[in-house]
Structure formats: C-alpha cells, structure tokens
Write a protein that binds this ligand. Structure first.
Ligand code: ATP
Ligand code: ATP
Ligand code: MG
Ligand code: MG
Lengths: 227, 227
C-alpha cells in the first residue's frame, strides 16, 4: 500500500536547512495497523504529511498503491488525497466558522456526495465518537478533546482505504482514548490500513507493529506481541 | 491563593444551555502543586479559563489572593492576568506571524519590560524547554510538541506567582514530558503555585494532590502519596 524509498524532506528557514526526514525506507502493506513513535521534533508529522500527499518530499520515492506520487502536482495530489486518504491532524485543523456537523461533512463535499447522505454519514461518525449532543457547536464552543474527536469523525466519513492519525488521543482522557482505539481497530478489522502517530505506549500497543523515529531517521521497526 | 465558591459557568449555544461547571468549591493554597483530571468535556479548561481570569463565571465567587475577581471587567482582569498568572493553553494559542522568540517575549511587552531584558528572558526560557535552535521558527515551522513548548516558555517569562497549564505534555513524548515536569517541580520548589490539567496519570502524580472532575462537578479531591 505504502512504499517509501530514501524519502527525504528538507525545510529551509531563512538561511538554515532543517533535515526533517533523512532517507526513510518504510513499507506498509494494505490492511496493516502501524504505530509511529519518537521524540518531539523527530519527523513524525512530516512523514504523515508526505504519506498523506499534503506535501512533497525533497528527494526519494513514494509509491501509494503502486503509483508514484512523489512528483505529483495539485490537483492530482488533491484527487489522491480525497479518494484514498483520511487524515486526523495533530492540531485538528477544523474550520472555525463551521459547526461540528459541517466540519465532519467537508471531505464528502469534495467527493460530490449528495447533501442528505453527507448529513447522515457525518451524524453517524460524530455519534460514534460520542459527540451526538455537540453537532451544532462550533470549534470554539468545544473542548480540546471534543475538537479532536470532530477531526477524527471527519477523517472517517469518506470511508478511506488509508487512515492517517497524528496523535489522535493526545487531548483525550484514557477512556475516550480507548474508545477511539476501539473504533480504529474495528476499521482495521474491515481492511482499512491505519498509520497512527502517538507518544503513549499504551496507545501504540494497539498496533501489531511499532516504528520508531529519531532525528528524522527511522531507527527501529518491530512486530509487537499481543496487541 | 485560589478560593472558588459555588463557581458555575453556563454557556449558551443557540437555544441550548451547556452547564460546563456546576457549583465548584475548590481551595488552592499558595505554593501548592495540584493536578486536575477528568473525562473529555468535563469542564477542566473552563475551570482554567475562570481561574486564569480569561472568562467570567455565571455565578459564584472567585477570590484570587483574597481579591474578589468574579465581577471584574477588562481592563482590570487584564491587569490581574498579566501580573500574577502564566497560562499554557491546551491549543497553544501562538501568534502565527511571530517567531518562537517573539511569541515567548509577548507577556513581557504588556508588563513594560525593556527590549534587551525581554530577549534575554525569552531566550533563557526557550533554552530551558529545549528550543534554543528553533527560536526564529514561526509556529507553522515547528512540530506540535515544539509549539507546545513555546507556549510553556511564554507562560514562564513573567515569573508568575500562579502557573496554569492545560495539558502541557499532551503533544510531547514521554521524555520531553518528564523534562517539562522537572521544570514545573523546580518552579514549585521556588514557591510558584501550579495548577495543571492532564489526562495522563503518570504526569498527574508529580503533584501532591489530584482533583477529579466529571460533568462539570468536582467529584474527588485527594492527597497523593509519593509524588
Ligand atoms: N464557548 C463554549 N460554548 C458552548 N459550550 C462550550 C464552550 N466551551 C466549552 N463548552 C462545552 O463545555 C463543556 C466543558 O468544556 P471544557 O473545554 O471545559 O472541557 P474539558 O474538560 O477541558 O475537556 P477536554 O479534556 O476535552 O479538553 C464541553 O461539553 C464543551 O462542549
Ligand atoms: N514548515 C517547516 N519549516 C521548517 N522546519 C520545520 C517545518 N515543519 C517542521 N519543521 C521542523 O522539522 C522537524 C520535524 O518536525 P515534525 O513536525 O515532523 O516533528 P514531530 O516528530 O511531529 O514532532 P512532535 O512530536 O513534536 O509533533 C522539527 O525539528 C521542526 O522544527
Ligand atoms: Mg508532530
Ligand atoms: Mg480542555
């Protein structure tokens, strides 16, 4: 499903170069559930942005379902994103003027889904994450963990083949976090490929495989017993 | 230091009323270190906003260092905030057009501190949280945990008597989170009163007292052995 070879990302800030990812080699098979861990600043969100086609690498190759996407431009990137990928952002990225329901419906607008079905699917996803009684609240009328759960619901509504979740439980109490992981495991059971970044080992262990980053490099990649 | 009596906060969304806090009674002595825990949506950030004088209660009283602040208006509230309180927000609230250094200097501008001292203090705080090599990066050029650490540095620069930290380690790997807690414990050792919201028990246990919220109510308040 995902095949990264020598993937490199260098940011430029003024005269300074930040090597956010260095020659990352990573394969994820369709249907896997993989956790990504590593210190703050080690390149995890950068990796997720590249896998999610939100940004392009400086060097290296990225095959998504066998298609080379490293050199795609918008709007081809946008099409890949909307059709195949659901993304839960580390900082939620909700639209402030839309309520929870409208935020959750957004990916379906791009996919041309009709209004009635958008509403039904968004309601279902928001109910699943425990927000049925908050659907008309706008982001600034929601708690941190509620915003995070709207971001999760939004990532699910297009029934993506690949779900990318960057710290999806970072603002959730332990029990809400476990409820989200149960949703993810159920989706994975239905064949959705999931890559999730987390700094909490109890969350990471839900996956069968944990990949570790440090200073932009992939430094460890192991199968975990008893997820 | 903090004396909340029957503190109540009700939000109105359209025709709906959300009782975010119900008759909360809480005392925090000067020099204490208190952790606040509870499910997503249970009222923790609302409580922090009231204690931090960023919002006013619907009912009840709030004595801060013996002064009734529940009915203060801006700019008196702003003066209390700037002089006494450092706040780490759950969603960081950095200014997107300022780099890390300028974001960290911001509270000192309001306090009338001269430019050279602002820069020195901001540099020191950013170095302490491990961001010396990121001071010229703007928020969108920082990782999630780096943004969080800028928000922490910013809360410290005015040497507040009261530090309020809402999920300060929610985006940090375990080790960076422990480094932040070491900073907080050192400050507490110097007499700074600290109230911190967290959903991770390993972080909460650094405090000697853990207060639990549920559905807007304070439901448990106990001393913790061996922090
Ligand atoms: N401005 C607002 N208008 C309406 N409702 C609000 C507003 N802010 C918060 N709420 C609601 O008040 C309740 C408490 O919110 P609060 O942010 O205090 O929760 P929290 O304990 O910090 O949650 P989390 O752990 O998810 O951050 C939530 O149910 C939320 O939907
Ligand atoms: N747009 C950018 N411009 C310049 N540098 C950047 C940019 N985005 C990220 N960086 C830098 O690249 C490095 C990797 O960032 P990234 O966001 O991938 O880290 P991360 O592993 O997700 O960290 P965290 O756990 O704190 O979220 C960091 O050192 C960061 O400062
Ligand atoms: Mg990140
Ligand atoms: Mg909160």
């Amino acid at each position: 499903m995902i095949n990264l070879q020598d993937l490199t990302k260098i940011y430029t800030v003024g005269l300074e170069k930040v090597i956010a990812l260095r020659q990352v080699n990573l394969k994820v098979q369709a249907g896997e559930l993989v956790s990504i861990m590593g210190p703050s600043g080690s390149g995890k969100s950068t990796l997720m942005n590249l896998i999610g086609c939100l940004d392009r690498p400086t060097a290296g190759s990225y095959l998504l379902e066998g298609q080379e996407v490293a050199h795609l431009e918008e709007p081809d990137l946008a099409q890949v994103r909307n059709q195949k990928i659901g993304f839960v952002f580390q900082t939620f990225n909700l639209l402030p003027r839309l309520n929870a329901l409208r935020n959750a419906e957004l990916p379906m607008l791009y996919a041309g889904i009709p209004a009635r079905e958008r509403r039904e699917r968004a309601l279902k996803a928001l109910t699943e994450v425990g927000l049925a009684d908050r659907i008309y609240h706008r982001p600034n009328e929601l708690s941190g963990g509620q915003k995070q759960r709207v971001a999760i619901a939004r990532a699910l509504v297009n029934k993506p083949a690949l779900l990318l979740a960057d710290e999806p439980t970072g603002n959730l109490d332990t029990r809400s976090g476990e409820e989200i992981m149960a949703i993810f495991q159920a989706l994975n059971g239905q064949g959705v490929t999931i890559v999730l970044v987390t700094h909490e080992y109890d969350i990471a262990r839900h996956a069968k495989r944990i990949v570790q980053f440090r200073d932009g490099r992939l430094v460890n990649d192991e199968i975990v017993a008893n997820p």
